[in-house]
Design a protein around this ligand. Sequence first.
Ligand code: NCD
Length: 310
Amino acid sequence: MDIHDILSLSQFNKSSLLDLFKATNKIKKLEKGYKYSNFLKNKLVALLFFEPSSRTFSSFSAAVKKLGGQTIEYQNPTQTSSVVKGETLEDTVKIIENYVDAIVIRHSETDALERAAQAVAIPVINAGNGIGEHPTQALLDLFTIYDKFKTLDNLTGLIAGDLLNGRTVHSLIKGLGLFKHITLYLLSPRELVLTKEQIRDYSSQNITLIPIKTVNEIPKKCDFWYWTRVQKERFKSLADYKKIKDSFILTKKLLDQKGNNQMIIMHPLPRINEIEIEIDNDSRSVYLTKQIKNGLYIRMALLSLLFGKI
Ligand code: NCD
């Protein structure tokens, strides 16, 4: 895998994704005995999170440390760093570049990651850029699906929730589009459908996108359901958010009606109320278990590849 910055799923092709999955399986094997614990020896990675995060932040932090590296962590730099005084993102990253070997950034502006990557020579990793993309989340999602079905070809999935603002969805669709005969049913309130440009960009010979408006249209044959929350922070008015936030809830009843035994149930988290708690213990649910663990493994593999250690 010859990748310097990790900004978008568009940088990957089928073979680089499969290489990453191989490296991820290797990391899983090395876990016994912590045989990876010097892969990032003497490396320092900055985590610069301008937006709230639980899993992405802590799994990157854990990944670096498990590999023997160290982190400098900025959570909420708009309150705690020179950004308060008006420092530009470009200046901030140029300063940090003097201390560290790579920077992981989450930012509310869609163009922020490109700008940061332009400003510095060290690798920049996108941990979420506004309503744009969230490549490392999609990589762990793709790995989770691959791990279950041992392929990413010939799959049918359902993606539900906020397709317009959900950056994890954007990266996931791009990633799936690299494989053959993918069919995705897209369930969302009409205010939160993908834009025409997105549909055009994501469509390819490999992928068929089928927007649906009601749960009745979900086919029984899906290999995975990928549910997402309505992205409250992207709405101009709270009233607009409240009107549509509960449009689609994954209930036990819906799962009984439209699910099948082989499928998996995914969610990038945080879950607000769009999946009933009762579903958590269903053996098909992976959002609180495998997906989380895979997030750690995939980030460890990515960092190891980035520093040429695997
Ligand atoms: C997602 C994000 O930040 O885009 N969270 C995550 O990192 N898994 C999803 C979300 O916030 O809804």
